[in-house]
Design a binder for this molecule. Structure first.
Ligand code: GUN
Ligand code: ZN
Length: 463
């Protein structure tokens, strides 16, 4: 089978990719709206018009309903739902995690997904929740892995996903990633993370996803199961997640909640609709509150805002500014900031993947001191070799005629060769008044440089 996933651009561990399926190609990062086969709140034809390139539905729900099951087998899934683009189906594993038991065998539900011509089928994995005992996490992972092995051995004409479980044990997640990758699936969902996202445990989410990614390697498409809130798309994409699915747009609408990229608001408590999507243009706040179509219209707004954020993530990857978007998004909630800081600690891993050639970056918050470029320079500064009289100055116009070497000084980098002043990352736009994180990093770097060059004599003129 030819390679179904092609990476077109990269930034941090994120990428723009192209995934090919029997019903066409899609560009990633991609959000798949979840469609309830019983009563789609927004009809799939309309989802397509709103810009959804691919949708996801639940094969277990279809299989449990006699009428839907027969229609799906006779006419195919695409006809049943009225969507001509790619459709992914889930296996009912999530129902298993909610209800404790389901009424179908693993191979049965996989065969059913093949029979109804799903573009991407998912074996029946076991979504182990966070924080369970290690014994339980391992036991359930063993079962999931057995089922993956069984699934991978089947002949298939469509794409097959290999979910990665392992609860909150990074070593199990990494092992699960490596195991699934070894079997050769077409897509790798990271599962069992919905409870982490619901509880705003973004630091743990970063640990789990990064561990899974380390096991999976960087070349394969990854789906973050159940990630539907636009607030986290930038963070998830920066870790190398390519597909997301959103039931959130509909679930939140049912509860009268209005999604924004900064978090969720209660429609009843708002006064304005601070958005320009067709819904928010058509209604005033009060009209939307009073509308008999409120739930559906709110769902449409929620989805518009989510699809828009995906496009912004793509544009940011394309221009190499994903970190800036991350910094902005992580201002929305302290736990998001914790997640970003945890990702910053994965500097070496990020750095290896972050090969984008970039334009100037803007230093606008303390977290910029955690950027991969900044940490990379900190690790390399000790390799700069200097002799004789060395001037370190923050003034690019300083008279250096009496010196053998001149380095410019700019937080968060500290000293750097002046020949590099116009090149990335030293051309960063920084505030006139450096913050403490930038100053500390710069001073650490300067000490490192001086220690590495004990023979040189330094003159330091920094403001
Ligand atoms: N939907 C949300 N989480 C999961 C998961 O872990 N596995 C599957 N199959 N579906 C999910
Ligand atoms: Zn809107």
């Amino acid at each position: 089978m030819p390679d179904r996933f092609e990476i077109l651009h990269k930034d941090l561990a994120g990428r723009i990719g192209r995934l090919s399926t029997p019903h066409g190609n899609v560009e990633t990062p991609l959000l798949m709206p979840v469609v309830n086969p019983h009563l789609p709140l927004i009809p799939p034809e309309e989802l397509a018009l709103m810009g959804a390139g691919m949708i996801i539905t639940n094969s277990y729900i279809i299989n449990q309903d006699q009428e839907l099951r027969i229609k799906a087998i006779e006419r195919g899934l695409h006809d049943l739902l009225g969507f001509s683009g790619p459709i992914m189906t889930d296996s009912g594993a999530f129902q298993l995690s909610v209800y404790g038991d389901i009424d179908v065998l693993p191979l049965e539900i996989l065969d059913f997904q093949f029979a109804i011509k799903s573009d991407i089928s998912v074996p029946l994995d076991i979504p182990t929740p966070p924080d369970v005992s290690r014994e339980r996490a391992e036991l359930e992972l063993n079962t999931t892995e057995m089922r993956l092995q069984e699934a991978a051995s089947l002949k298939r004409e469509v794409l097959l996903a290999g979910p990665v479980q392992g609860s909150t044990y990074p070593d199990l997640r990494e092992r699960a990633g490596r195991f699934a990758r070894g079997l050769g699936f077409d897509l790798y969902p990271v599962g069992g993370v919905v409870p982490l996202m619901e509880a705003y445990r973004f630091r743990d989410l970063v640990d789990v996803v990064v561990a899974a990614k380390k096991g999976l390697g960087s070349g394969v498409p990854v789906h973050l199961f159940g990630a539907g809130h636009p607030m986290i798309f930038a963070l998830a994409a920066a870790m190398g997640c390519d597909l997301f699915d959103s039931a959130a747009y509909a679930l939140y609408a049912r509860e009268g909640r209005y999604l924004t990229v900064h978090g969720t608001r209660k429609l009843a408590e708002m006064k304005y609709l601070p958005c320009s999507c067709p819904v928010c243009q058509k209604y005033t706040h009060q009209e939307l509150v009073d509308s008999p179509q409120r739930e559906k219209e709110l769902a449409r707004h929620n989805l518009y805002i989510s699809l828009q954020e995906i496009k912004l993530v793509r544009q940011s990857i394309r221009e190499g500014s994903l970190w800036d978007l991350l910094e902005a998004r992580c201002r929305s909630h302290p736990r998001m900031l914790d997640g970003l800081k945890r990702l910053g600690r994965e500097g070496q891993w990020l750095e290896r993947l972050d090969t984008a050639s970039k334009s100037t970056f803007f230093y606008t918050s303390q977290e910029a001191s955690l950027r991969p470029e900044v940490l990379r320079y900190a690790r390399r500064i000790g390799r700069i070799s200097l002799e004789g009289e060395v001037l370190i100055t923050s003034d690019p116009a300083a008279d250096s005629s009496r010196f053998d070497n001149m380095l410019l000084y700019k937080p968060p980098f500290g000293p750097y060769p002046r020949e590099l002043a116009e090149t990335y990352p030293f051309n960063a736009e920084v505030p006139e008044q450096a913050d403490s994180a930038a100053k500390e990093q710069a001073e650490r770097n300067m000490r490192e440089l001086m220690t590495a060059n004990p023979e040189a004599r330094f003159s330091i003129r920094i403001e």
